[in-house]
Design a protein around this ligand. Structure first.
Ligand code: HEC
Length: 145
């Protein structure tokens, strides 16, 4: 019994260490301003995105696309910002089709959109430059209201 508790304790400690290590890795590759953006973006993701795209960014087959190494994640910043602000449906994504509809998130602030996309672009194995508040601002003014 004692041994089991000890084992469980060790496992938890190990898991915490691994997660902390992964977090550090993100932090090593991004400039100082982007680090806080990733942290804030994780909160936005948990609140608005995780229900469809899931905690590991893997999505749901035929329903919601993954956010891992897609042409959207890796592509032009303006396109991915537009996706979040306007929502998206019925598009083919890297040769696949998904039945669900992504709602528009135009009520999020420029900072929330920048943070969540910086988080997504530096999580789940993705490693792309940060999306800034200025990027979001510039794209938002071009969209039809
Ligand atoms: C109700 C479910 C739902 C929610 C919530 C949602 N999405 Fe999506 N998302 C989708 C679907 C479905 C598509 C694909 C739509 C299509 O097939 O045209 C998509 C597409 C995308 C794409 C482009 C395609 C790709 O795989 O790279 C990105 C980027 C994205 N979503 C990011 C987000 C972010 C960031 C949030 C949170 C702010 C979010 N989504 C919230 C369902 C959702």
């Amino acid at each position: 019994m004692r041994k089991n508790i000890l084992m469980a304790g060790t496992m938890v400690l190990l898991a915490v260490t691994v997660i902390a290590q992964q977090k550090k890795q993100i932090h090593k590759t991004l400039p100082v301003t982007a680090k806080s953006s990733v942290a804030a973006g994780e909160d936005v993701y948990t609140q608005f995105c995780v229900s469809c795209h899931l905690p590991d960014g893997g999505g749901v087959e035929n329903m919601n696309p993954p956010l891992i190494n897609t042409s959207y994640i890796n592509g032009d910043k303006a396109r991915i910002i537009t996706t979040v602000l306007n929502g998206m449906s019925q598009q083919e994504i890297d040769g696949e089709r998904y039945n669900n509809v992504m709602p528009a998130f135009n009520y999020l602030t420029d900072k929330q959109v920048a943070d969540v996309l910086t988080f997504v672009r530096n999580s789940f194995g993705n490693k792309k430059p940060a999306v800034t508040v200025a990027d979001v601002k510039a794209t938002r003014v071009k969209l039809v209201k």
